[in-house]
Design a protein around this ligand. Structure first.
Ligand code: SAM
Length: 162
């Protein structure tokens, strides 16, 4: 598969899955955490499909399209390993939905990320809350959910906290 095909498939899977979770999470009150602003594409889509919901965005950099810069308190700068661990006073309530798009493509870095990210996500997600992640996570208190049709196995991981 060409890199172009792979890129298109990744973005298509993100859109299908974000819309799938948005439907479910309408029943779960609470903020959304977007881990990895990047270009701002998935953040922009989330705010469009979940209007009125607080979305806190985490990244070490600001490199997004100018129209996708989160407002004031909703942009949390720094290393997610630090900011996710200490964001409770700022955000307060635990998250109804956490979307993590911080895979590097390097297997060693991704294994390290999975190891520090999993317990932080567990801590920041409320019971009944959803987690969608490009990296597989170790979340014993969660069930892994079926994904909608058309998503290649292993491309994305969808969990719900019990
Ligand atoms: N979902 C975004 C979009 O649709 O445009 C793309 C996110 S991009 C693949 C990953 C982003 O996560 C990058 O902007 C990078 O700076 C950020 N990132 C990755 N690991 C991070 C970490 N450990 N701490 C803070 N930011 C991180």
């Amino acid at each position: 598969m060409s890199r172009l095909d792979s890129f298109i498939r990744r973005l298509t899977a993100q859109k299908i899955l974000l819309e799938h979770v948005a439907e479910q999470v309408k029943e779960v009150p609470g903020p959304i955490l977007e881990l990895g602003l990047g270009n701002g594409r998935t953040y922009d889509h989330l705010r469009e499909i979940l209007p009125g919901r607080d979305i806190y965005v985490f990244d070490r950099d600001l490199a997004c399209h100018p129209s996708c810069i989160p407002e004031g308190d909703f942009m949390i700068f720094g290393e997610i390993r630090d900011t996710l661990a200490f964001c409770e006073p700022r955000i307060g309530e635990k998250a109804a939905f956490i979307h993590a798009d911080i895979g590097s493509g390097d297997p060693t870095t991704d294994l390290a990320t999975q190891s520090w990210l999993s317990p932080l996500i567990d801590d920041r997600c409320k019971p009944g809350g959803y987690v969608l992640s490009g990296l597989a996570l170790d979340l014993p208190g969660f069930e892994e959910l079926e994904k909608p049709e058309g998503i290649r196995p292993g491309r994305y991981h969808l969990y719900r906290k019990k």
